[in-house]
Design a protein around this ligand. Structure first.
Ligand SMILES: Nc1ncnc2c1ncn2[C@@H]1O[C@H](COP(=O)(O)OP(=O)(O)OP(=O)(O)O)[C@@H](O)[C@H]1O
Length: 697
């Protein structure tokens, strides 16, 4: 329906112009500018009202066109009077008939619609209508927001650039003054070349300032991404591969900064020069300058379209590179396993396959980049040829003097170079913006867990209640790991949690550590929700995997082990403790716990790697040590460790199946009794200490 009314509106618009042309001889007394703007107002009223009506009805119109109707109406109304005004400025004594020449002609009318349509298409390409997702322009906006603290520096850089551009354009400008200086003195070759050294100095200063500023911005963005990643919930680190995360924090920010610092400087420098040159071109010949301006949208639109394809490929290359990095990281981390399975060749093959994929995408990206550069140059060349052709015609018609044309061409050559550089820089800036999209995705990601509270009471009893907790891991809603679990840790009591592998014991600890949040149920500490507690406070009062050891009166095996480990030089301990034994690592964890004086102790299979002597010592501390006023949650596979607990809970398939003391549970002859039997048989059969499956993490 809306489409049907559009031709009618265009016809009415054309008739309005024809009417104005017919009335022209009758309105001789009118100023031609007033007439032009009066007609423009009438056209604007007609077009904008029709646009409003079409927007109201417009189910048949594409969304982009519907949004563009009103700006299009304004642009269409402004084009002709704008042109007349510029002409009147350039030729103040031109007769009205010459100024209004072409009004009401079908071809001129069609041309205005063509230009308006072209501008609308360009606008739509450069600033696509928001679809709920941030587009490249949104990323550019966020990038600029990151640069805001350095606004003053950029103002200074712009100042130096202006000075430098003045120097660069000064020579031709003096030449254009027809051999006379500002005070009428004769222009010598020395005077024409004088601005160049001054321009070189200002360019050097602005370069130094610019590089320093870009380094600051790089550091700022990188540290913000890193901090944002650190704030994320633990599930985020499980859902995203380490290689991907590392790539965002390092490789992507590096690539973005590198492209930005180099290309943005070009963009600023040539943008500034282009603006100056265009101002001078306007001075020399308004018509030629306008011709250049009309040709520009075409020159901008073509590279934008070709750059789009290149941008998507650049993103794929980044992702593929991250996957290759992931394989390398995984391999190096699991090097002992790779060696013990003699799988070095397999690992190299996997890495090679990833690299091949990256190589293939890189080739495609290089071809797309070349094509994009080629279209840039071609569109720049087309503009150049057009200007020369039109300039030649103007000279033939006597509208421009030969001297003016030569001056214009001098400026135009520099201007075209500036535009070409701007266009060739554009894909790189697009690439940088493409990389920044992912970076900002991380930087602005809201953690999927409630923010920590502020509660930090001076005294804490350590009474922990788990009430009807249901939990499933992110993305696995259909497989609940905990199904209505309820338990209570009372101060001065040791509560043990046992169960087969995969029962959900560690998942419960993860909830108590606030790595995740349950979908249903509550976790209370001294009657207040865990979410209300301050982050550092909570983790100092409820640390995981740390046995309750008061400073021992006599050196314990643990203390000895810890002390000896603590004294080891870092290169001996290795990255992430990779060069110390499992038992030594547990010793270090226990030592750390000693310093925190925790109120709730959670030992998730925390002593499994200790030797028998140390294990016995830790058990003694749990049941009889100075920490007896603490609440203790003891998770263990070895039932002998939990025999003395005040209460033992048996967790199976995410549900608490039994609870009681060791004796009570044995008497029940249920799950616990079966676990004990299995362990007994395992011990008798093969000397296995566990009998319940693999140890905890
Ligand atoms: N990050 C995770 N994402 C998805 N599922 C997980 C994740 N971690 C554990 N699971 C699953 O949750 C279930 C319970 O695992 P959990 O580690 O809590 O068991 P567990 O009782 O501590 O076992 P174990 O005694 O072997 O340590 C298992 O089926 C496991 O596959």
């Amino acid at each position: 329906m809306a489409w049907l009314s559009l031709p009618l509106v265009v016809l009415l618009d054309f008739l309005t112009l024809r009417l104005a042309l017919l009335l022209c001889p009758l309105l001789q007394a009118w100023d031609p500018l007033a007439l032009a703007w009066g007609v423009a107002l009438a056209r604007w009223a007609l077009l904008s009202l029709s646009a409003q009506a079409a927007r109201g009805r417009g189910q048949g119109l594409p969304g982009g066109l519907r949004d563009a109707l009103l700006p299009l109406a304004t642009l269409l109304s402004l084009l002709l009077p704008g042109y007349v005004t510029l002409q009147a400025l350039a030729q103040p004594r031109a007769p009205p008939s010459e100024l209004l020449h072409g009004w009401g002609r079908g071809d001129v009318f069609g041309l205005t619609y063509g230009v308006a349509g072209l501008v609308a298409a360009l606008w739509h390409q450069l600033f696509p209508a928001g679809k709920g997702e941030p587009g490249p322009s949104a990323s550019l906006g966020r990038l600029l927001a990151c640069m805001r603290p350095d606004l003053l520096r950029f103002v200074a850089i712009a100042g130096f650039l202006v000075l430098s551009s003045l120097g660069e354009s000064g020579g031709p400008w003096l030449w254009a003054r027809g051999g006379k200086g500002v005070r009428g003195q004769a222009i010598t070759p020395a005077l024409i070349t004088a601005p160049r050294p001054h321009s070189a100095v200002t360019e050097f200063v602005s370069d130094c300032l610019y590089n320093g500023t870009m380094n600051r911005i790089h550091t700022r963005i990188q540290s913000r991404v890193f901090s944002s990643v650190l704030r994320q919930e633990i599930g985020f680190f499980h859902a995203n591969r380490t290689g991907d995360i590392t790539s965002r924090v390092t490789a992507d920010t590096d690539a973005m900064s590198e492209a930005l610092s180099w290309k943005l400087s070009l963009l600023m420098w040539y943008g500034m020069r282009g603006a100056f040159l265009f101002g001078l071109m306007l001075q020399v010949s308004l018509r030629l300058a306008l011709f250049t301006a009309v040709g520009l949208p075409l020159v901008l639109l073509v590279p934008k379209l070709s750059g789009k394809f290149h941008q998507s490929l650049a993103q794929q290359v980044q992702e593929s590179l991250a996957k290759a990095n992931e394989v390398a990281v995984e391999t190096f981390q699991a090097m002992p396993t790779v060696r013990s399975f003699a799988n070095e060749e397999g690992a190299a093959q996997r890495y090679g396959q990833r690299l091949q994929e990256t190589y293939r995408l890189n080739k495609q990206e290089a071809a797309a980049y070349a094509a994009s550069m080629w279209t840039n140059s071609l569109s720049g060349l087309a503009l150049k040829v057009g200007i020369l052709y039109y300039g030649g015609r103007l000279v033939t018609a006597g509208a421009v003097s030969t001297g003016d044309l030569v001056t214009f061409v001098l400026y135009e050559m520099q201007f075209t170079t500036a535009v070409e550089v701007l266009l060739s820089t554009y894909p790189s800036v697009q690439k940088a913006v493409g990389s920044s999209e992912k970076i900002f995705e991380y930087m602005e990601r809201t953690p999927q867990i409630s923010p920590p509270g502020t509660l930090a009471p001076a005294s804490l009893r350590g009474h922990l209640q788990v009430q009807d907790v249901w939990f499933s891991y992110p993305g696995r809603d259909d497989a609940p790991v905990l199904k209505g679990v309820s338990l209570e840790l009372r101060p001065g009591e040791v509560t043990a949690l046992v169960g087969p592998s995969g029962a959900g014991k560690t998942s419960l600890v993860a909830l108590l550590e606030r790595f995740y949040e349950p979908q249903r149920g509550r976790l209370l500490l001294d009657g207040r929700d865990l979410r209300e507690y301050e982050h550092h406070y909570l983790h100092s009062k409820v640390p995981p995997c740390c046995p309750p050891i008061a400073p021992p009166a006599s050196p314990s095996p643990i203390a000895t082990c810890t002390a000896s480990t603590a004294l080891l030089p870092p290169h001996y301990v290795g990255e992430m403790g990779g060069q110390i034994s499992g038992g030594q690592r547990q010793g270090v964890a226990i030592a750390r716990a000693l310093l925190r004086d925790p109120q709730v102790l959670i030992l998730d299979d925390a002593t499994s790697a200790l030797d028998t002597e140390s294990q016995l010592w830790v058990e003694k501390e749990i049941y009889e040590g100075a920490g007896a006023e603490r609440s203790v949650l003891l998770i263990a596979h070895r039932l002998s460790t939990v025999e003395r607990a005040d209460r033992i809970l048996v967790l199976e398939d995410g549900e608490i199946r039994e609870q009681g003391t060791h004796q009570e549970l044995l008497a029940l002859q249920g799950s616990y009794w079966r676990l004990a039997q299995k362990q007994l048989n395992g011990d008798a059969g093969g000397g296995s200490e566990d009998g319940l499956g693999a140890g905890g993490p």
